[in-house]
Design a protein around this ligand. Structure first.
Ligand code: HEM
Length: 124
């Protein structure tokens, strides 16, 4: 399996379930909860979903609406410490466990999230 084939393998519904399982855990999380906009969690959920859909072979809605991702830059306003990075990956790992994607898609996504999350660290 290659990155751009993941959307075909898990579908729009797969990404919807994954991102929804991630965000379900955010409000009560002691590190991540306070970082996300309390009044716009649904918007945050949609931005992550649209980004992932486009990144993995689906319609490019994120780029159409938000432009070039520039994820590291967009995360600068948030204090992404190593602890926040580890927690983010932990929540996403749980969401992937719930989603039960085909093995090839699952492995690529786990690797991707771990690597990108490490790149987002921007504070000691
Ligand atoms: C490392 C830990 C991370 C933390 C603490 C974090 C936190 C946040 C926060 C607080 C936001 C603002 C929510 C909003 O959209 O209103 C955000 C946005 C976003 N994050 Fe993360 N994030 C992390 C890692 C990641 C990773 C690994 C990805 C990609 C796989 C990602 C993708 C995004 C995207 C696409 C947005 C929306 C950007 C925009 O268009 O404004 N984040 N993140």
């Amino acid at each position: 399996m290659e990155d751009h084939e993941i959307y075909a393998a898990v579908g729009e519904d797969g990404f919807r379930r994954l991102v929804s399982a991630f965000y379900r855990q955010v409000p009560t999380d002691d590190i991540l909860g306070p970082m996300y906009p309390p009044g716009d969690l649904a918007g945050a959920e949609q931005r992550l979903r649209d980004f992932l859909v486009g990144r993995f072979g689906g319609p490019p809605r994120y780029v159409e609406e938000r432009g070039h991702p520039r994820l590291r830059m967009r995360h600068m306003p948030f204090a992404v410490t190593a602890a926040a990075r580890d927690r983010w990956v932990e929540l996403m790992t749980r969401a992937l466990d719930d989603a039960r994607f085909p093995a090839g898609a699952d492995a690529l996504l786990r690797e991707f999230f771990a690597a990108v999350a490490t790149m987002m660290i921007n504070r000691e």
